[in-house]
Design a protein around this ligand. Structure first.
Ligand SMILES: C[S@@+](CC[C@H](N)C(=O)[O-])C[C@H]1O[C@@H](n2cnc3c(N)ncnc32)[C@H](O)[C@@H]1O
Length: 219
């Protein structure tokens, strides 16, 4: 179990934090939390403002996962909160003998998944993963489990732990300083469970999550 930034090769983006905070209403947040078209491909105020594939997003990161975990070429890899499957597409290209799987609660994202991985992604809930125990060498979940309320978030951690037989890596909304907490609260659209990094670590211990983790902290 390690605190490690395996997303250090993921490109940084400019976030209009104050602009969004000034205009976003509770109704906007409700719309975003449906994880439909508005969240992925609508206005930036409701989410991504266009969620499209680009190799610069995940290619270097999936290589980082493969090398850090020394994954066998036929590894089974699950992306929890896979959205349109873009990360899995790059895994599939890098490791053509690997078995990839993705799950996301968004019917919109799964319907619009990348054609290369469409057969391997499905609609479902991270708190009830439809896979047998110890199915995967690596389970990745980027910025997803914090979207659940606390008890369901704990269940999601237990589920990720249950279905991996080797490694897990997650990232969650968090903060280390008061300034980061303020920025996080201004930026958050969809998260339900977010806390200081030390509180996350206590939560991981409480539920028995032994995977690796890092933080999403807006700046
Ligand atoms: C911030 S996006 C991250 C998407 C992708 N992992 C990435 O990094 O580009 C969060 C994702 O979590 C999904 N999600 C939210 N709640 C979920 C749940 N309970 N079960 C499965 N997926 C969920 C959303 O639909 C969305 O695709």
């Amino acid at each position: 179990m390690a605190e490690i930034n395996l997303l250090d090769r993921y490109p940084k983006s400019q976030r209009p934090i104050e602009e969004r905070a000034a205009v976003v209403t509770a109704a906007d947040r409700q719309l975003s939390k449906q994880f439909g078209r508005d969240y992925f491909d609508g206005d930036r105020m409701h989410g991504y403002g266009g969620y499209t594939y680009h190799p610069r997003f995940w290619q270097a990161t999936v290589r980082r996962f493969r090398d850090y975990y020394r994954l066998p070429e036929d590894a089974h890899i699950l992306d929890v909160g896979c959205a349109k499957g873009f990360m899995l597409r790059d895994v599939h290209e890098l490791m053509p003998k690997a078995s990839v799987a993705g799950i996301d609660c968004s019917e919109y994202a799964i319907q619009h998944a990348d054609e290369a991985v469409k057969p391997f992604v499905r609609v479902g809930n991270v708190a009830a993963l439809p896979y047998p125990d110890r199915s995967f060498e690596l389970v990745v979940s980027i910025n997803t489990i914090h979207n659940l309320p606390l008890e369901a978030c704990k269940q999601a951690l237990r589920e990720i732990q249950r279905v991996t037989r080797a490694h897990a890596f997650i990232t969650v909304d968090a903060w280390r300083t008061e300034r980061e907490r303020e920025l996080q609260q201004q930026w958050i659209l969809t998260a339900e469970t977010y806390m200081h990094v030390d509180d996350w670590k206590r939560l991981f211990a409480e539920v028995g999550f032994t995977g690796d983790y890092y933080w999403f902290i807006p700046e």
